[in-house]
Design a binder for this molecule. Structure first.
Ligand SMILES: O=C(O)c1cc(=O)[nH]c(=O)n1[C@@H]1O[C@H](COP(=O)(O)O)[C@@H](O)[C@H]1O
Length: 269
């Protein structure tokens, strides 16, 4: 990768607008598109999305588990889908939410974050709930290869609060501590590391004023949030937002014109 992730993302968003579309081949959705709910069907579904909207969205976000659930053929499809997203000119965030202790995290770094990784994407979602420090091999590999990370801070699901809003004992929420620990890395390497903060909460539970990285915001559409809700909930944070939705766009398919319309409606705000 020639340019750092933050620069490639800024350019893609400037050219195409701030939207990330998830590629989530749920069996029900694959079937609704008229495909068999198996690896071949998942590939047709993903290809349909990429062909229809790959030249107009800034970022795609394939969800790893939803390919893994189809077994090794599904995993091979995921590898090809990552390539196809890039060939369409979009960036790609692999949503795998990885997180483990450091020696194992080195394995995840080899799998996802190096130039010759089989599942190399532009960025990867990671879970900090074994401690942000446990992710250090991923921070190091991403910085070296010009890739980004999105660290889960305040997830969109209602169950997340019990862990993420708990107090660290120093008077801050766990989510705030995660954001601050990620920012420490951004202060060193530049704004390459992002956070995931759901768009579903009226009270975000963390202060993003000092955060310089990208903030991936799930929760649009099927989880109830609108673009207006997201703008209202993040107003005044100064954060650089990347709203993301999966089912709201894919649910409009398989018709290519309908998929484009769904994207355009979201981009119009
Ligand atoms: O990391 C994520 O992408 C993510 C974080 C989060 O807090 N909430 C969340 O919904 N996601 C993912 O974003 C996608 C949301 O899908 P839709 O609800 O269909 O838009 C799913 O693939 C989720 O796994």
């Amino acid at each position: 990768m020639t340019e750092p992730y933050s620069k490639r993302l800024a350019l893609a968003v400037e050219e195409r607008g701030r939207l990330c579309v998830g590629i989530d081949p749920h069996p029900s959705l694959v079937s609704a598109w008229g495909h068999t709910p198996d690896a071949a069907g998942a590939e047709s579904f993903a290809r349909g999305l990429i062909e229809a909207i790959g030249s107009r969205v800034a970022v795609f976000k394939p969800q790893s588990a939803l390919f893994e659930a189809y077994g090794s053929p599904g995993v091979a499809v995921l590898e090809r889908v990552l390539r196809s997203c890039r060939e369409a000119g979009a960036l790609v965030i692999l949503d795998a939410k990885r997180g483990d202790f450091q020696p194992t995290m080195q394995g995840y770094a080899r799998a996802y974050l190096m130039a010759d990784s089989p599942f190399a994407a532009d960025a990867l979602t990671v879970s900090p709930y074994l401690g942000v420090g446990s992710l250090q091999p991923a921070f190091d590999a991403a910085a070296e290869s010009g890739r980004g990370l999105y660290v889960l801070a305040r997830t969109s699901n209602p169950e997340g609060g019990i862990v993420q809003l708990a107090s660290t004992g120093e008077g801050t929420s766990v989510a705030q501590q995660v954001a601050d620990d990620v920012q420490v890395r951004n202060d060193v390497v530049g704004p390459e590391f992002g956070l995931v903060v759901g768009g579903t909460h009226d009270d975000l539970g963390l202060d993003l004023a000092r955060f310089t990285g990208s903030v991936l915001v799930p929760g649009l559409g099927a989880q109830g949030a609108t673009m207006a809700d997201i703008d209202r909930r993040f107003a005044g944070t100064g954060a650089s937002l990347l709203p993301t939705t999966s089912r709201q766009v894919a649910g409009a398919g398989p018709d290519a014109a309908a998929l484009c319309e769904a994207v355009d409606r979201l981009l119009a705000g």
